[in-house]
Ligand binder design. Sequence first.
Ligand code: TYC
Length: 113
Amino acid sequence: MTLRPILMSDKRVGNDDETSVITKTRAKTQRPPLYKVLLLNDDYTPMEFVVHVLERFFGLTHQQAFEIMLTVHKKGLAVVGVFSFEVAETKVAQVMDFARRHQHPLQCTMEKE
Ligand code: TYC
């Protein structure tokens, strides 16, 4: 029989008859919530501008950017990427600011996954 050392994380549950049960506590690693960044279609923003935004702020290749732009154009919206809250918030702000400065109505939002 192999003996296991009793750890501080073990809980000793005493029974009335002085026998005991040792339960193992498993450390639950909490993953941070993730957020989808969505790009929305509109009738006015030029396709090349959207492609540029996707390359510039999401590090996509021209081909990837063009494909996602076309998906948004055809389906109304697409997920551009999945990030931590802070990164997603920053991307949305960067896209919205860049579109506003160029006077395009492009909309970008985030949503908890
Ligand atoms: N629908 C736009 C057009 O025809 C192109 C477009 C694509 C706009 C994606 C926004 O997120 C968007 N010029």
